[in-house]
Design a protein around this ligand. Structure first.
Ligand SMILES: [Fe+2]
Length: 77
């Protein structure tokens, strides 16, 4: 699947060069804490756009299936 979106500022203007990080469990609901698969990052483009090609994650324990994201502007928070 492809997850995609935009980084926008508080005035809805695109933010380029923002660091967008993703991590999630595998198709069995397990996090890879040894090889760190299903983790990555990229920088938003000139239009604030980002996209990740990844798998459909699964639920674990008492949490529904989900993806984690962290975003910070160029140069840090
Ligand atoms: Fe999680």
């Amino acid at each position: 699947m492809t997850l995609e979106g935009f980084v926008l500022d508080t005035r809805c203007r695109p933010v380029s060069g923002a660091l967008v990080e993703i991590w999630h469990a595998d198709s069995s609901g397990e996090y890879d804490n040894a090889g760190y698969k299903f983790r990555g990052y990229q920088f938003s483009d000139a239009n604030g756009r980002w996209a990740f090609a990844t798998i459909v994650t699964q639920h674990y324990a008492f949490r529904t299936a989900h993806y984690h994201f962290r975003v910070q502007p160029k140069g840090g928070c």
